[in-house]
Design a protein around this ligand. Structure first.
Ligand code: SF4
Length: 309
């Protein structure tokens, strides 16, 4: 069921996920489109997430934004955000959750500084912008980096703090799949007044829309965005995985089929979360309602397809 409407306020609205937005030329969504988008969100009872560019909106836009329940996704450095986005590695402090969009190499190089940042933000979401470029050697490095970050997270927990790092702490807290939901629980409204599965589809190919404000939504084969119709993912317990349908399309040409790289990265995180949960529990009761995360002998569920029922 649709729950979220993401509204890109400008052609230069910040990316908050795997995709890049290379647009440099400012072009606001027309005010009447914004008003219609907000109306659509209201009629459909959707939670609206506004995605901001790196400049202040005119007063008339701010008034429309404030006319409905919403959250604000803004580039780092702006005031009054619910989520701040940092593009490329830099050290930040904030009192709201931060999304750090970096490459694998930036993560590997800045691992220690990222560990320090965990004490300076309420939540850190690391988004790797080149998951599809992981090679075998990178998987090994990623495993070590996750183990290093885990030790820091464990120390913070022992000190009585509650750091949140999506790569490690999300899986421990989950009891079922918690994926991105693009095309299923969320859709995006672009500045041109058309709907897209997510911002990535818009920035990659404007012709790839799934409807517009005038005629409503028309998602072709919409069942394919649902977990039940994802033949590999529905057998998986890397519940923190984004299950990015845009990356799926890009790497396998199928909305519901992930790449090997996406799966291995998610399983390395899952397994690191398993170890972290066990380590924290050695210091006392922790998340007693959560079961242990099982030990598994694979990193890509596709390799176990013979055992699926
Ligand atoms: S790890 Fe792979 S199979 Fe599991 S949810 Fe993610 S993309 Fe799907």
């Amino acid at each position: 069921m649709l729950q979220y409407l993401i509204i890109l306020l400008d052609e230069t609205s910040t990316s908050f996920c795997h995709y890049e937005n290379a647009n440099q030329e400012r072009k606001l969504m027309p005010l009447d489109v914004l008003k219609e988008g907000v109306r659509f969100g209201m009629m459909e009872n959707l939670m609206i997430q506004f995605v901001y560019p790196d400049y202040e909106l005119p007063q008339a836009y701010q008034e429309v934004v404030e006319s409905i329940d919403h959250s604000k996704i803004k580039p780092y450095g702006q005031e009054d955000a619910d989520v701040l986005i940092v593009n490329g590695f830099q050290k930040v402090k904030a009192d709201v959750p931060v999304v750090l969009r970096i490459t694998k190499q930036e993560l590997f190089v800045h691992q220690e500084e990222i560990a320090v940042m965990l004490g300076d933000v309420p939540r850190l979401n690391v988004v790797l912008t080149d998951v599809e470029a992981f090679a075998e050697a990178d998987f090994e490095t990623y495993k070590k980096v996750l183990a290093g970050l885990s030790s820091e997270v464990e120390k913070l927990y022992v000190d009585g703090k509650s750091p949140q790092l999506n790569l490690l702490t999300d899986r421990m807290m989950l009891s079922q799949m918690n994926n991105c939901g693009a095309g299923d629980t969320s859709i995006t409204l672009a500045p041109n007044g058309k709907f897209y599965v997510c911002p990535a589809f818009y920035y990659e190919n404007e012709a790839d829309s799934i409807g517009d404000l005038e005629h409503g939504l028309g998602i072709k084969n919409k069942q394919l965005y649902k977990l039940e119709y994802a033949p590999i993912c529905r057998h998986c317990d890397a519940w923190q995985c984004k299950r990015c349908v845009w990356l799926n399309c890009k790497t396998t040409l199928e909305v519901n089929t992930p790449s090997h790289e996406q799966c291995v990265v998610a399983h390395l995180e899952r397994n690191a979360s398993r170890e972290l949960l066990r380590s924290i529990r050695q210091h006392g009761t922790f998340l007693p309602e959560r079961e242990e995360i099982k030990e598994i002998d694979y990193l890509d569920p596709f390799d176990k397809r013979d055992t699926w029922q």
